[in-house]
Design a protein around this ligand. Sequence first.
Ligand SMILES: Nc1ncnc2c1ncn2[C@@H]1O[C@H](COP(=O)(O)OP(=O)(O)O)[C@@H](O)[C@H]1O
Ligand SMILES: [Mg+2]
Length: 283
Amino acid sequence: MVASPASWCFAEGDPITAELTAVRRLGGGSAYEAYLAFDEVTYAPVVVKVVRPDQVADEHALRGLVREVQALATVNHPVVVRGLRHDLTSGRPHVVLEHIDGPRLSTLVRRYGPLQEQQYLPLAIELASALHYLRRLGWAHLDVKPSNVIMGAPARLIDLSVARPLADAARTRLIGTDAYMSPEQADPDRYGGPGPASDVWGVCATVFEAVAGYRAFDGPGFPQLDEEPFELPERTPAEVVKILYAGLERRPADRPLPHEVAEALEPVLDRQPAVRLGGFETR
Ligand SMILES: Nc1ncnc2c1ncn2[C@@H]1O[C@H](COP(=O)(O)OP(=O)(O)O)[C@@H](O)[C@H]1O
Ligand SMILES: [Mg+2]
């Protein structure tokens, strides 16, 4: 028997399914790959997340895709990516997502450094609105980080691959991304089970990076378990400093609720001078 390869290696023009034509590979996690594709159903670009060929028969990989499909079917918010359809039973189990056009926050910060207040304040308020909604819904994203945010108007949170209901979230350990994990995601024995406050941490760590141009915590292991976050640049407005450090409190109960993050930042945004863009008065 010939072993299946780890990648589909779809190139531009290759059919992924009868209706989906590959444009290019966007990325891939351990269990599946993400492709930009053209979709004959919606007649639009879409993103296809397809289980890797060597894992099509793997229960664990399929369970992950099922979880993502369930999350996409449950979550419905303007700041969160939306699912279009899925096929869990074909030889190429996949989910089809709307394609969100724009750079990832991680790419912007890497290329151009810190964001302007006019960019990071709406970003933070929009992400806070998504978290407020998720909390009400009883779900946690658990992987909020700059590479899972696509910058646009509004910004959009992608990658529901580890999102789950709060009861399940509370039982997780080390689910997420090391550098952006809340203390309770990294060490639930010490800080209690992950939940909505873990996403508040994720948003504050994400916005911190947008404001500063560097991470709140850096280094091997989990510096967020024992160290204090780095200083924010001196130019940072006091309200921003206060709410970001509050969101990075080690104990989940000490962190603000999502709507409190938005409330703290709205007055700062209101102080921003309006910018003229394309003839419209906008920020
Ligand atoms: N809906 C989308 N619109 C645009 N780009 C996307 C979308 N979903 C994923 N991507 C791109 O594909 C990459 C991988 O997808 P993601 O959902 O983050 O999966 P994972 O990080 O688990 O591999 C993302 O970092 C992003 O660049
Ligand atoms: Mg991702």
